[in-house]
Design a protein around this ligand. Sequence first.
Ligand SMILES: Cc1cc2nc3c(=O)[nH]c(=O)nc-3n(C[C@H](O)[C@H](O)[C@H](O)COP(=O)(O)OP(=O)(O)OC[C@H]3O[C@@H](n4cnc5c(N)ncnc54)[C@H](O)[C@@H]3O)c2cc1C
Length: 472
Amino acid sequence: MNRQSDSKRAARGGCPPLFTERLESWGRLRSGLTQVARPELSSHLRGILAARTSKKVLGFGRGLSYGDACINTGNVTVKFNSLDHLLTFDPGKGILTCEAGITLEEIIRAVLPHGWFLPVTPGTCYPTIGGCFAADVHGKNHHVDGSLARHIRWIEILTASGKFARCSRKKDRDLFLATAGGMGLTGLIYRLSLKLKRVHTGYVYAERIRVHSLREMMDVIEVGDADWEYSVSWLDGAAPDREMGRGEIILGRHAEPEQLSFKRRSSPFIIRTRPGISLPVTSPVSLVGSLSTRLFNSLYLRRSGSRRKRREIIPWNIFFYPLDAVREWNRLYGRKGFVQYQFVAPDEAGYSAVGLALQICQRSGHIPSLAVLKRLGEKEGLLSFPMPGWTLALDMPVRHGLFRMLDELDRIVIDHGGRVYLAKDARLSPGSFRAMYPSFPEWLEVKRRVDPEDVFSSDMSRRLAMNREEAD
Ligand SMILES: Cc1cc2nc3c(=O)[nH]c(=O)nc-3n(C[C@H](O)[C@H](O)[C@H](O)COP(=O)(O)OP(=O)(O)OC[C@H]3O[C@@H](n4cnc5c(N)ncnc54)[C@H](O)[C@@H]3O)c2cc1C
């Protein structure tokens, strides 16, 4: 693409200028030099596609996926930062239409004063709605409300044909289901319409329950899930074998005005939130090791005291996004970065898969700095991650021997009929991917129909050979 004529093209709504940049994802483990385009108009998206020559193209939200799903080394990356407008909002029905680059935080700030909240949110409010649809994210309410795609009424996507297509569960259903969880490989998502969740305050009524073993944790989660809208559990990945699974279950539901103090009741949606503190520099080495993890975990457990149950009313940002309190906390892991290994195993295999994974981490010395357990329900898209069962997410700094251990975990996950989450993955093999995602051939059929030349591609799709049936 010729830089000289770029500005003229942009003025006509053609291809905006391209700049070479190194982009990295949240885990800081994968990065790549790429030509970045920053469209401001929908016509720019078409222009990028028309001018791409032989280069591959990929949408990029805020790079909050952990692995290489948002990296497109040597090709063109379309950053959606400026396609971030809220287009229409019906405060009576809670229906919102927006461009794909708007962040979850921006949506919440716009709709919460009118008594609406996101129907599904991941554990950070900084990603874009387009990036969240492409990963078909799940939240703490997956057991009740499913993943994000369930609440999306329609999307408008620019496919390789150069035309915008509006698709939904009813219209061009295949394309909709291949795009939900399709990691940006079916086209550039431009606009979405979503149905929000009615809330009566900006607070959450939460209950924390201390547990002392994995069996107890899973039993309490199962009982809690029947009554509570939100449920997530933190477990101490550094606990010795006999106390494996000790931790805390956090249940919640949106608070009603009468549950608030008199002072808060007069303005139930007004919550003063402070921007998270930022880590100014990246540490050259990981500050997260087994010693700091053990220390943190035991302090955390001590902080929650000896009481088995605690109840509290907390603001939305503290309940849904505790990790956002420190911006760019990923820098703590140093230059080598970290991996979040998140897998799901079917209900009946959950206890065995989770227990084995924790034991293997312990024995190999790769103590997870963060371990989160949750129950999931049915999946929405063809490549969506969820399945009825148990998901465990383990954060681990990159150290010698980590990838060998993760290969072992892959085998356990496959043997238990589970899968690894693509939005977090940076190292799965093409064979393991196929064993974990049985709907892949169906997805590939749609991909071939809408993108026969594999225009939309990423470092992940090339690593996993997602343009062909066989792994080789
Ligand atoms: C602290 C933290 C907590 C998290 N918690 C959860 C959680 O609880 N549940 C969960 O499911 N996920 C969770 N995630 C993962 C995160 O929600 C997803 O990876 C999400 O996709 C990131 O969105 P993004 O806008 O940054 O997209 P990116 O990371 O930039 O991109 C993700 C994918 O979407 C594609 N994409 C982005 N925008 C577009 C577009 N407009 N058109 C086409 N394709 C596009 C990219 O090509 C890529 O494949 C968490 C991440 C972090 C950092």
